[in-house]
Design a protein around this ligand. Structure first.
Ligand code: ATP
Ligand code: MG
Length: 239
């Protein structure tokens, strides 16, 4: 199971007609079981790249393939099936449902299966335990801290055992130790299930934990690990 982006371009046109090339000719392959960290300054196109891999956006040029299928060529129905069954996304802003217990937020994709709510909750709960929230299953997002919400979003992305994991700043609201645990959990899942894992991050620890590191600048990908390590150094020393 691999994720392959080949010469992918995605641009946005603003109301005033200005064109932003958010992703600019990106070629990137993730193998089965491989965890890749993507660094890059704000506005460099990281979230756009993840949304392309999640089939939430279609490329303007180039191809995004998962397990050999070109995501840009899927029908709307196929794309929504892909998002439901194949991909786990940790969104940058979590996107949890207010007023809904953590365990049911985490179970949301399981509820779309022919599965009762009791069974969906039973399957989601261990994922909340794995991110250290076993004691907060019934708390709604507005009763949780920012870091706890982030961990609910991570549990939700993992609970239906996706074949591809895309995580947008999954440690942004976590302290160093929790952040490390989350990154190690993602790597463990990559290995256990041969799942490609793409993590957008500013976390300097990711450079050590990921198999490979890339930096995105102005929508273009930079190859080498060194660039990312020096970026991580800048982040640490600048903090
Ligand atoms: N819906 C949109 N319409 C117009 N421009 C957009 C849209 N979404 C993003 N952009 C622009 O595309 C570029 C890339 O945005 P993107 O959200 O992918 O960046 P990012 O690397 O995730 O940034 P951050 O680290 O701040 O989350 C930015 O210049 C942004 O302003
Ligand atoms: Mg972003």
């Amino acid at each position: 199971m691999t994720l392959q982006l080949a010469n992918v371009v995605k641009h946005y046109t603003s109301g005033s007609g200005e064109v932003v090339r958010a992703v600019d000719d990106v070629t990137l392959d993730l193998d089965a079981g491989e965890m890749v960290a993507l660094y890059g300054p704000s506005g460099s196109g990281k979230t756009t790249l993840l949304m392309l891999a999640a089939a939430l956006l279609r490329p303007d040029r180039g191809t995004v393939r998962f397990a050999g299928r070109s995501l840009g060529d899927l029908s709307d129905r196929e794309a929504s099936d892909y998002r439901l069954r194949d991909v786990g996304v940790v969104f940058q802003h979590f996107e949890l449902m207010r007023g809904v217990p953590a365990v049911e937020n985490a179970a949301i994709k399981l509820l779309a299966e022919p599965m009762g709510i009791g069974e969906a909750r039973r399957r989601a709960a261990p994922w909340l335990e794995r991110v250290g929230l076993g004691h907060r299953l019934e708390a709604a997002p507005e009763q949780l801290s920012g870091g706890e919400r982030q961990r609910v979003a991570i549990a939700r992305a993992l609970a239906n055992e996706p074949r591809l994991i895309l995580a947008d700043e999954p440690t942004g609201s976590l302290d160093t130790q929790r952040g490390r645990e989350v990154l190690l959990l993602l790597r463990e899942i990559a290995r256990e299930r041969s799942t490609p894992v793409l993590v957008v991050t500013h976390d300097p620890q990711a450079a050590q934990i990921a198999d490979r590191v890339h930096t995105l600048r102005d929508g273009k990908i930079e190859e080498c690990d060194d660039a990312a390590v020096s970026f991580a150094d800048e982040t640490t020393s600048g903090a």
